[in-house]
Design a protein around this ligand. Structure first.
Ligand SMILES: Nc1ncnc2c1ncn2[C@@H]1O[C@H](COP(=O)(O)OP(=O)(O)O)[C@@H](O)[C@H]1O
Ligand SMILES: [Mg+2]
Length: 259
């Protein structure tokens, strides 16, 4: 199905280092799929490659979404297809409010080649209504929309903005890399509640974490384990519990034994 995110034999380097060594993974549309794995196994690299980060060189493989190999698309085109990269915190631009940022993001999605951006832009009244409704569902204070993006958002506020952005852009697939060890339990809860609220047949989510903790709040349908640049195990939610209990060494040993 075209709303699946399908990663095939993906290899990627940073400089001369091969980090991803043949990743095969399918995130089915409408499901929550967690990737776990020890530090340094390549989880964030995978997220960055999906996002089209320029520091990573893809040397082999494909990533399919919405009927296209997204490796051939620019980052903004990936976003327009319905991919949402939650860890890409917007660059702080002085004087840009949350509301203006969200409106620009929506208008970027509505823009069409060869058309005047003014003609495709969301009408102000419609945007305001959407913003109000989104903030209401998320039980957010209205003053939040008037805050400036660069005004020292806390971890929790950044996460709130991400979830609000997701609510308004309605992506088909989100990729979240929850690696920030500075995230407190409240911020994790905000993310989890937001994802759970939006979850359903219209939204697929790839949730990357080395916190089993997050998975106490987000219930994944599928769990995959990454080690040394490859997916080494796929399972259901019970796999996350097993890893929480036993760590990664048993799996490492099992894999070494099988080799
Ligand atoms: N910008 C970078 N430059 C050089 N090496 C990097 C860079 N980012 C990550 N790496 C290396 O790539 C490997 C995988 O890192 P990463 O994808 O961040 O793993 P994870 O998110 O699973 O902890 C690590 O060995 C790390 O040192
Ligand atoms: Mg990481």
């Amino acid at each position: 199905m075209s709303n699946d995110l399908v990663i095939k034999d993906l290899c990627a380097n940073i400089g001369d280092n091969e980090i991803l060594k043949g990743v095969n993974l399918t995130i089915r549309g409408g499901t929550i799929h967690a990737i776990m794995g020890p530090n340094g196994s390549g989880k964030s690299t995978l997220a960055h490659v999906i996002a089209g980060h320029p520091d990573y060189e893809v040397t082999a493989g494909e990533i399919w979404y919405g009927g296209q190999n997204i490796l051939e698309l620019e980052a903004d085109e990936r976003s327009k297809l319905g991919l949402f990269l939650a860890f890409q915190y917007p660059v702080a631009v002085p004087g840009v409010t949350v509301a203006n940022f969200l409106r620009a993001a929506i208008n970027a999605h509505r823009a069409e080649e060869g058309k005047d951006p003014k003609a495709t832009a969301i009408p102000m009244a419609e945007f305001r209504k959407m913003l109000r409704e989104g903030m209401k569902t998320l039980e957010m204070d209205e003053g939040f929309a008037r805050r400036y993006l660069n005004e020292g958002f806390s971890g929790g506020e950044k996460k709130r903005l991400e979830i609000l952005q997701m609510t308004m852009l309605k992506p088909g697939m989100v990729v979240m890399d929850e690696t920030d060890s500075g995230l407190d339990i409240d911020a994790l809860r905000i993310v989890a509640e937001g994802v759970n609220r939006l979850a359903g047949p219209e939204l697929g989510a790839l949730v990357i974490t080395h916190y089993q903790r997050l998975l106490n709040y987000i219930k994944p349908n599928f769990v995959s384990v990454m080690m040394d640049g490859r997916i080494v195990r796929d399972g259901g939610p019970e796999l996350a519990l097993e890893l929480e209990e036993k760590g990664y060494d048993w799996l490492r040993e099992e894999l070494a034994g099988a080799a």
